[in-house]
Design a protein around this ligand. Structure first.
Ligand SMILES: NC(=O)c1ccc[n+]([C@@H]2O[C@H](COP(=O)([O-])OP(=O)(O)OC[C@H]3O[C@@H](n4cnc5c(N)ncnc54)[C@H](OP(=O)(O)O)[C@@H]3O)[C@@H](O)[C@H]2O)c1
Length: 305
């Protein structure tokens, strides 16, 4: 399956004939996140041994079969125990773009020390190359920690997540107006569940060489169109308001991003036209079409309303 569907983007090819014999412990970092939680659930459903890493094990809600381990990438020493005895690992970082002290670097160091054989790394579309030069450089460093590690890897490069629209929920509880930046920009958003399904395919059928997979949803929609779909699902007339640039920067700064970098990113996004390409990879790997925004939103917006 992998030979026909995957693209190698010039990364070092790592031949590893023993890849088909990986049935041991799989560590999932970001196990409480949108993608990680789905990776955990899918691996458990397949009966694979899973260890879920979180900073707060007591608060983690995971299936009973899952081993929960404490791990904080801001405290690199805590990762040794998390990676101990692990055969494959799902790596993600929650660091705002541009952050110093890359979490991927400390994760990979722990993986190497533990002798991990295959890494599935959650990156971004095109490895960030379409972004502002500072953003691109940061993502390249982040990916290089994995691609230059000498460990076989599967690099996942998804576009915008459908789950970003969950930020609308708190506004929808207050009324029918939703503030959405870049409202007329088309992007082919992907369901986190589809990214997780591709990650699990990589764990259960590890490729014999390292791979880079560009992932997208099935259609390019604007946030305006997505909000219209949510309105139809909820049976409400919703109004979109585009925030000012300053308000958008405030939002990004609240998420931990440097204000100056946020301003540069916004300027770059508004000047460019990318993110709308449709990738065939999800369908090639999973043998089904990627989830549409309507189907995804039916599940995630209806359940609380
Ligand atoms: N959103 C998008 O449109 C988009 C598009 C392309 C790529 N991406 C990439 O996807 C990733 C986000 O994935 P997601 O949405 O699944 O994440 P998420 O739902 O935001 O979850 C963040 C996860 O990171 C963990 N975490 C936070 N700080 C940590 C630390 N210091 N040490 C260890 N773990 C930590 C959290 O675990 P605990 O709180 O349990 O410790 C949580 O499980 C980012 O790397 C982003 O670049 C996002």
């Amino acid at each position: 399956m992998w030979t026909t569907c995957s693209k190698n983007r010039g990364n070092t090819l790592t031949s590893n004939p023993s890849m088909s014999n990986l049935h041991g412990m799989i560590l999932v970092t970001g196990a409480t996140g949108h993608v990680g939680a789905e990776v955990v659930a899918r691996l458990v459903a397949l009966g694979r041994p899973v260890r879920a890493m979180t900073r707060r094990p007591a608060a983690a809600s995971v299936p009973a079969e899952v081993e929960v381990v404490a791990g904080d990438c801001d405290e690199p020493a805590s990762l040794a125990k998390a990676f101990e005895g692990v055969e494959q690992a799902f790596l993600m970082t929650a660091q705002p773009t541009g952050s110093p002290n890359l979490h991927t670097v400390v994760q990979v160091a722990a993986a190497k020390a533990a002798g991990v054989k295959h890494l599935v790394k959650l990156s971004v579309a095109d490895g960030g190359r379409h972004g502002h030069e500072l953003v691109a450089a940061w993502h390249q460093q982040d990916e290089a920690a994995v691609t230059e590690s000498g460990i076989a890897h599967t690099m996942l490069r998804p576009g915008r997540f459908m789950s970003n629209t969950l930020a609308w929920k708190h506004m929808l509880r207050r009324g029918d107006t939703v503030q959405v930046p870049f409202s007329t920009r088309r992007t082919s958003a992907i369901a986190p569940e589809d990214i997780a399904a591709v990650a699990v395919a990589a764990f259960t059928d590890p490729p014999s060489t390292s791979r880079t997979l560009e992932l997208s949803g099935p259609e390019a929609l604007t946030p305006e169109q997505e909000l219209a779909i949510v309105g139809e699902i909820l049976g409400r007339r919703l109004t979109l308001v585009e925030p000012t640039t300053e308000q958008t920067i405030d939002g990004m700064a609240r998420g931990g991003m440097d204000r100056e970098l946020a301003a540069k990113m916004i300027e770059h996004v508004l000047a460019g036209d990318y993110g709308a390409d449709i990738s065939p990879v999800v369908e090639q790997v999973l043998g089904r079409k990627p989830t549409t925004f309507r189907d995804w939103a039916e599940k995630h917006f209806k359940e609380e309303s």
